[in-house]
Design a protein around this ligand. Structure first.
Ligand code: CTP
Ligand SMILES: C[C@](O)(CO)[C@H](O)COP(=O)(O)O
Length: 227
């Protein structure tokens, strides 16, 4: 049993769009709605916490009306200036024992990945999706020159969802807020307080985060062919 936080409250500046990238449509469906559909299909997902910018909430509500999406399981929360603040706002609404935290800008999530993560949560308090590096990895210096090659067996690229025992992640975020620790993902906050082992689960190469304008082309291709 878990709650899901879906993050929509960014601005998507690196995408070059004139609007928040999570509203970019493929097959007449906004990117965030792909993740929503997946979590709505999972009986174990008790509540979906939608973290939106105040000015975007009406657009999302209109979409729910148009598509006759049942809002019973969905709660709306206003996001913050950073991803971390948005997550913290979402965490304040969590009631279930576990919480899955997911970027609305990663529409290629699927139920198989959620199932694999749920299996790990039987034993673990923190589980993140990611992919292993396949390229050779170099450390570079401040001038962009190669310093050395690093062992790719020891590197993974973190994705979302990231799933946690709710008490654990709420406490970690409270400590981070009080100590002004800021990070780009949720697992980093747990690493910071060092309160649990974090299990890595193989995600998928298709589970990309739409960040740049190029990613918009890639995601259009992936979603159009049903990934
Ligand atoms: N204040 C913020 C910033 C980000 N996000 C969400 O976190 C996810 C990943 O963030 P990122 O790609 O950094 O999103 P943006 O802030 O939208 O992008 P940019 O940095 O290019 O402006 C996205 O689903 C985004 O909507 C959020 O909920 N609240
Ligand atoms: C959470 C995340 O998507 C995991 O890869 C990523 O860290 C977000 O980073 P961003 O710099 O905010 O895009």
């Amino acid at each position: 049993m878990y709650d899901a936080i879906i993050l929509l409250a960014g601005s998507g500046q690196r995408s070059g769009l004139s609007y928040n990238k999570v509203f970019y449509e493929v097959n007449e469906k906004p990117l965030y709605a792909y993740s929503l559909d997946v979590f709505l299909q999972d009986k174990d997902c008790k509540n979906i916490i939608f973290v939106c910018r105040a000015e975007d909430t009406d657009i999302v509500l209109d979409y729910f009306e148009e598509q006759s999406i049942d809002k019973q399981k969905v709660e709306f929360v206003v996001g913050g200036l950073t991803r971390q603040e948005s997550v913290l706002n979402g965490l304040k609404k969590v009631k279930a024992e576990f919480v899955f935290i997911h970027d609305g800008a990663r529409p290629c999530i699927n139920l198989e990945l959620i199932e694999r993560m749920k299996k790990e949560l039987v034993y673990e308090k923190a589980v993140i999706a990611g992919i292993k590096a396949t390229d050779t990895l170099k450390l570079i210096d401040a001038f962009g020159d190669v310093d050395k090659t690093i062992d790719r067996e020891k590197v993974v690229q973190a994705q979302t969802p990231q799933a946690f025992n709710s008490d654990l992640i709420i406490k970690a975020y409270e400590v981070a807020a009080s100590e002004k620790f800021v990070a780009t993902d949720c697992a980093s906050v747990v690493e910071y307080v060092n309160s649990a082992r974090i299990e890595f689960v193989e995600g998928s190469r298709w589970n990309i985060k739409v960040t740049t304008a190029d990613d918009l082309d890639v995601i259009t291709y992936l979603l159009s062919k049903g990934e």
